[in-house]
Design a protein around this ligand. Structure first.
Ligand code: ADP
Ligand code: ADP
Length: 228
């Protein structure tokens, strides 16, 4: 699903964000990515979502080699990736329904199909009764769930989350992770970047750790807090 081969990234200013990073995440796997601030987590996610390009090495998503992909194919590849951010980036003047339907509207689905799929996505995150609400009337945890519904509404095979629990308390954070588990159990690959080691410690998932741009641990048993 995700494959990095000896990937290095140096920004134009000369800042080296990733050094010879090698890993892969299988279809249907759920894994965490951690590391202190500046370790390279956001850069790694941006390479997956084609917001940035590797300086050296290859990134493959769903079999597509992103190094050689044409500009016009970027949107097509991104359809396979549901992105979830810390700041959920909802449109505050649009209803929950309209926010969640956005990816489907862009893809040109029929209104009937959109209504059906948005309803199913809101059902999964437990917000079916809030479809007509404006985001401002929802709690922080609910707003984050709207962002998740929007990310999964076109049923991408890969969910990518950048600090999805950053603004939430431990109980709400756990609820969000449980939601990711539900999608994972339905066959979706889930890759979550977080510096919340407490959250990771409570889970039994593979954890990849970046330090100064290098992948220093990759596994279930290794303690992500070692060496940080
Ligand atoms: P993290 O997400 O783990 O905090 P980042 O990937 O954001 O790490 O940053 C890794 C390193 O790359 C840091 O030293 C950061 O300052 C640098 N960096 C990130 N984005 C840019 C950019 N657009 N231009 C230059 N340097 C950047
Ligand atoms: P942050 O530093 O807040 O985590 P990011 O660096 O992850 O933010 O993202 C910066 C901007 O790029 C955000 O406004 C986000 O909407 C946009 N962005 C990131 N990934 C994608 C993507 N795959 N498709 C479209 N926009 C994206």
């Amino acid at each position: 699903m995700i494959k990095f081969e000896q990937v290095s990234k140096t920004y134009p200013g000369g800042q080296q964000a990733l050094r010879k990073v090698d890993f892969h995440v299988e279809q249907g796997e759920m894994a965490f990515l951690t590391g202190h601030s500046g370790a390279g987590k956001s850069t790694l996610l941006k390479l997956i979502s084609i917001m940035e390009r590797p300086t050296v090495g290859r990134v493959l998503i769903n079999g597509h080699n992103l190094s050689s992909i044409k500009r016009r194919d970027i949107a097509y590849i991104r359809r396979d990736i549901g992105m979830i951010f810390q700041s959920h980036q909802l449109l505050m003047d649009k209803t929950v329904f309209d926010n969640v339907s956005l990816p489907l509207v862009i893809e040109g689905h029929t209104r009937k199909n959109i209504a059906k799929r948005v309803d199913a996505a809101l059902e999964m995150v437990g917000l079916r009764d809030k479809a007509k609400n404006l985001p401002i009337t929802l709690s922080g945890g609910e707003q984050q769930r709207v962002g998740i519904a929007r990310a999964v509404v076109n049923r991408p095979p890969l969910l990518l989350a950048d600090e999805p629990t950053g603004n939430l308390d431990p109980k709400l954070s756990m609820e969000i992770i449980r939601l990711f588990e539900d999608f994972n159990q339905a066959g979706v690959s889930v890759f979550i970047a977080t510096h919340d080691l407490g959250l990771i410690a409570r889970m039994k998932y593979r954890t990849l750790t970046l330090k100064n741009g290098q992948m220093i641990t990759d596994g279930l048993d290794e303690q992500p807090n070692q060496g940080l």
